[in-house]
Design a binder for this molecule. Sequence first.
Ligand SMILES: Nc1nc2c(c(=O)[nH]1)N[C@H]1C(S)=C(S)[C@@H](COP(=O)(O)OP(=O)(O)OC[C@H]3O[C@@H](n4cnc5c(N)ncnc54)[C@H](O)[C@@H]3O)O[C@H]1N2
Ligand code: MOO
Length: 397
Amino acid sequence: MSTLLAFEDALQDIADNASIRVTAHHVPLEIAVGRILAEDILAQIAVPPHDNSAMDGYALALADWREGKAFRVSQRIAAGQSPVALEPGTCARLFTGANIPPGADTVIMQENAQIIGDTLAFNDKPTLGSNIRPKGQDMDVGQTVMRAGDTITPIHMGLLSSLGITEVTVYHTLRVGILTTGDELVPAGKALKEGQIYNSNGPMLSALVTQAGYEVSHCLHAMDTPEATEAALKTLLASSDVILSSGGVSVGEEDHVKGVLEKLGTVHLWKIAIKPGKPLVQASLNGTPFLGLPGNPSSTLVTYHWFARLLLSVCAGATVQRPRAYPVDAGFTRSKTIQRDEFIRVSIGKDGLAYAHAQQSSGALLAACESQGYLHIKANTPIEYGHSYPFYPFSGF
Ligand SMILES: Nc1nc2c(c(=O)[nH]1)N[C@H]1C(S)=C(S)[C@@H](COP(=O)(O)OP(=O)(O)OC[C@H]3O[C@@H](n4cnc5c(N)ncnc54)[C@H](O)[C@@H]3O)O[C@H]1N2
Ligand code: MOO
């Protein structure tokens, strides 16, 4: 057990052993959603560019207002029109989004105006600046609104468009090669022979990588021989910026991944003090980062979430964001402790407490589907009913 790397050290080491593997290019904004920015974005214009009205109503100079005073409407300003200076002592009819005319400093919504013949009175004393959205309220000229490493979301598409931006510099999409290993595995669609099981990690890893915004270069499968493993890795090396694998990283003589990595490159770390997911391996193959995830499907999932996601972020040029933890009280007790950090698949009950799924085997995947996230129990820590532990919802990964 003493040879296992502590969880937090593993996170740090995996990030430290990785670097950006992609170059940048310019793309039209309309195809940039989901891409990772390679430049800071500074606002070149103020948004909004002028003081404008937040309401349909009337603009006036507050100094002109007196109770019962009748105001003549001296101009009409729709959104998009350019107003002239406000004639002193009058008001301007204007609409939401219309620019405030020079000389006006206050807008009164039309519901608060009394029409008296062809003039208007505003009986409640207005407040200076009311209903005016000042120039630069949203963004000021020179303000940094996004940073290199940020992922462009649909909200950013709106933000960047509001600045008039039509092109951005982003990183090329990271190409991730996926290798599954194991003589017993067959793809869904084929009949199972005795001793065989279906390959679930290949489709799961492909989907995780795709959902994270990366491209799966190839998803290959290798039988449990060093030759097949080496041949598959060489194919992936030719087409991938990063390689992930599942299975074959433990200690049995059918586990060939680590041996092949030692032959083709440099192994940085192997075996982490976590459950599930212990025999994780990180390597470099001629500079290409490689992460070997354990084959048990829930071990694959946990190690993808914590370590592959981190590695892929660094390699893709994205700012690394640790998943957010929420303190949640346990709805169960477990006095037995283990010498590894544990990621227990839990759901949050109506009482707000975390309940462990009855099936915590690293081979079981339905338990993860029926759970909402992980309760992180540090090594050598008992679980006590009502005590708080960090909860990481799956949606945060
Ligand atoms: N003597 C020891 N045996 C094992 C140890 C150990 O420390 N000493 N560690 C155990 C732990 S913990 C794990 S996790 C597994 C990891 O083993 P591998 O990464 O070498 O994975 P495999 O042996 O290839 O497979 C494990 C398990 O997962 C199934 N599997 C593999 N790939 C897939 C796939 N693509 N889709 C679905 N299921 C898959 C495979 O059939 C095995 O049942 O090692 C323990 N052993
Ligand atoms: O670490 Mo293994 O993933 O416990 O089954």
